[in-house]
Write a protein that binds this ligand. Structure first.
Ligand code: DAH
Length: 345
């Protein structure tokens, strides 16, 4: 029968196309071609009307059987393609447990930050407030209200980066004293420290840096004395350099304090016996301090007949260099990881 041959050739063509399909998309195209609305089977169905009554059911049945076979092959092929895809995915997503891992290098706070934090903690424990001030400061606060008028020779002690006639990069953290006292309005007691960056027009070398860090301290109250200053300095010296340390105060000069002192700490390296670090003296100079000059109190609104106070300023790099025997201040600012990593907090 011609139609039977026709059906067989359609089946053969479908079988071949299904076998060759490489993907689900291709397989769907094959299905549309052989089982869809425009398939060759439809043409056969249309020609049914020309067949005899006896032939019609036979051809109908054969056609349906052929379609069912093709559907079965397509289903099998679909399963096969799916299995292949899963196998491929498993292969691609396999974890190679022998591959070397990624190394993580956790950061650490900079040594100067560590020391600043330590000092802050000690002062917070004694009831101090931590203040901040701007690095770009006005001459009035950096100098004038600290008892350093324009022509004062002591201005030469601090070579200044001027931005214009009235604005500069602060040469010390002392202007925060002025800012705080003005803020408190001349009435409340003051008990603050202020850590921060300061700038000097210095040539950078092993002991000079045009930018460095200080911590300022200021206490103002009605009965603050030099004994309070000395006790406070002893606490901080021992906290930084060990509980066996002693301090001594030497007369000095700062325009913003009267009397002014240089503070020495007994050498932590030789316990005061004399070594290369303390230049055989047994003492190391660590900071400047004094009783707040009456002019400074008055300039910031405090009545100097009622209030008095003490102040101190300490260089953070100097403390770090002494404590860890660092011989070049530039080490703090070159971001050399080999240096920084030695001080894991
Ligand atoms: N401001 C001074 C400087 O940078 C340090 C200093 C000395 C601060 C004595 C003070 C002080 O508050 O009382 O050299």
């Amino acid at each position: 029968m011609a139609i039977k041959d026709q059906l067989n050739s359609i089946k053969e063509a479908a079988k071949k196309a299904i076998k060759e399909a490489q993907s689900m998309v291709e397989l769907n195209d094959v299905k549309a071609k052989f089982l869809g609305k425009k398939s060759a089977f439809n043409d056969i169905m249309k020609s049914m009307k020309d067949l005899s009554k006896e032939e019609r059911p036979v051809v109908g049945k054969e056609t349906n059987l052929a379609k069912r076979d093709i559907q079965t092959w397509i289903d099998d092929k679909r399963q096969e393609l799916h299995d292949l895809e899963v196998a491929k995915q498993i292969e691609e997503e396999t974890v190679d447990v022998t591959m070397p891992g990624k190394e993580f290098h956790p950061g650490t706070t900079h040594l100067l930050t560590q020391i600043t934090d330590e000092i802050e903690d000690v002062f917070i424990g004694m009831g101090y407030e931590v203040m901040e001030g701007p690095e770009m400061e006005i001459d009035e606060y950096n100098f004038e209200k600290l008892n350093l008028p324009k022509d004062h020779p002591a201005r030469d002690m601090q070579d200044t980066f001027y931005i214009n006639d009235t604005v500069l990069l602060r040469t010390h953290t002392s202007p925060v004293q002025v800012r705080t006292m003005l803020e408190k309005g001349g009435k409340e007691p003051v008990k603050i420290i202020c850590p921060g960056k300061v700038y000097r027009r210095d040539e950078d070398d092993a002991t000079h840096s045009h930018q460095f860090m200080q911590i300022e301290g200021l206490v103002v109250d009605k009965d603050t004395t030099m004994a309070d200053l000395k006790g406070t300095l002893l606490v901080i010296a021992r906290e930084m350099f060990g509980q066996n340390r002693e301090i001594r105060l030497r007369p000095s000069y700062f325009p913003f304090t009267e009397p002014s002192v240089e503070v020495d700490v007994s050498c932590h390296n030789c316990n005061g016996a004399g070594c290369h670090i303390c230049k055989q003296t047994g003492w190391i100079e660590v900071l400047g301090a004094g009783m707040v000059n009456n002019n400074v109190l008055e300039a910031s609104g405090y009545d100097s007949t009622v209030y008095q106070g003490f102040a101190f300023g300490v260089g953070v790099e100097r403390i770090a260099m002494l404590k860890y025997k660092i011989n070049d201040i530039r080490q703090f600012y070159t971001n050399d990881l080999r240096f920084n990593k030695q001080f894991k907090s």
